[in-house]
Design a protein around this ligand. Sequence first.
Ligand SMILES: [Zn+2]
Length: 478
Amino acid sequence: MSGANPYKVSIGLETHVQLKTRSKIWCACPNTFGSDPNTDVCPICLGYPGSMPVLNAEAVKLTVMAGLLLGCRINHYSKFDRKSYFYPDMPKNYQISQYDQPLCTGGSVPIEVDGKPKVIRIHRIHLEEDVAKNNHFETASGVDFNRAGTPLMEIVSEPDIASADEAFAFLQALKQMLVYGGITDGNLEQGNIRCDINCSVRPDTQTTLGTKTEIKNMNTFKGVHRSLTYEIKRQIEVCEQGGKIMQETRRWDDARGVTTAMRSKEYAHDYRYFPEPDLMPVVLDDAQIDEWRTALPEMPQARRTRFITDFGLPAYDADVLVADKPIADFFEATLAAGASPKAASNWVMTELLRMLGEQEWSVSEARITPTMLADILRLLDEGKINNPAAKTIFSVCFTEGGDPRAIMEARGLAQVSDEGALDRWVQAAITANPKSVADYQAGKKAALQFLMGQVMRASQGKANPPKVMQALKAQLDG
Ligand SMILES: [Zn+2]
């Protein structure tokens, strides 16, 4: 048997992205997360008969900007349609979406897996409304309409994705571009990005796509990866055993790590789309599109180049910092508060990222601000604190916030550079460790480090290390 895979895998993703607008798509209710159930609602987003939707221009702008980022064609004319939808989270019994004339078509997302670049083509991007959220309790269920009417952009990829790893890379690349573009907050815990997966396999020799299954409503990238790994293996096993793949919707059971059949797949005609009579078509001219194009913020690649050329950072630092926009923003704000680029980069890449990782926090959850970090670096630079003290202050700021100088004073972390005090500690270390002194004088340089450690310990970590070294050498060599 050769190692080549006798099956080809084709995956297409329909990614739903909640747009970062102030208000909902058809009404003036706030587009926020976490309010008490059914408080951010009105007759329009509750779907009362006779209420009239008014299109939020900001939602169109963000969708077009996303299209420009992904290199899509922006359609000068697009319209909204009603899609039949019969579930309790949508009392109108239809969802307003775009059927045959979406805002954007074409485009692509570049990805890289195992060092190999690839381009995943985009089929289209359309704008629609999010539905409410069903909540299930022990003895009852409830519907929370705060989410109903949140502007939702659906990005439909071509079935160019060939593995679970590529799907993961696609979602990460897409998220990075959209967060950079200010299109979405990209917060997965809040359901800002959810996707439906279409997956099929076929023998390597077959040119037409195999029968696909759909896995609905995935809300973590890890879940997409795991469910695809399972589903690809399952489909190949069915084929190997001479079976037939059924076109169906499958549910991902995260706890059991399997997909199970849910219902046979709807075809487009089941949705009975028809033009939305209450909304005007969206007509965009070139001037408008160009204005939005100019408003596009800096993308990761351009920022990376700027970090290297303007701040003199190594390529490695630039890569780590730009990978996550809030981290790159934090870094730049630290510079704006007066820190030097390399020092700020080192502290962001080591202490900040390490502590965020330990807490599983995003940078906005940490209490430390760029100004606090710049203040810590200033104290360090001025020799007021040493490195261990800086780390202690950083850690306090990270969890509690506060003024670094006040923390230094309150905790007695100021570095001791006073020569009288240093000389006393140095003398004590020399008297207490005659063997190390003899070793050093016999040429064993490591003994000096030991004596240095003794002095640091005696000073409870507060002695100024370069000055201790100086004083030790002066006394031993002199
Ligand atoms: Zn409303």
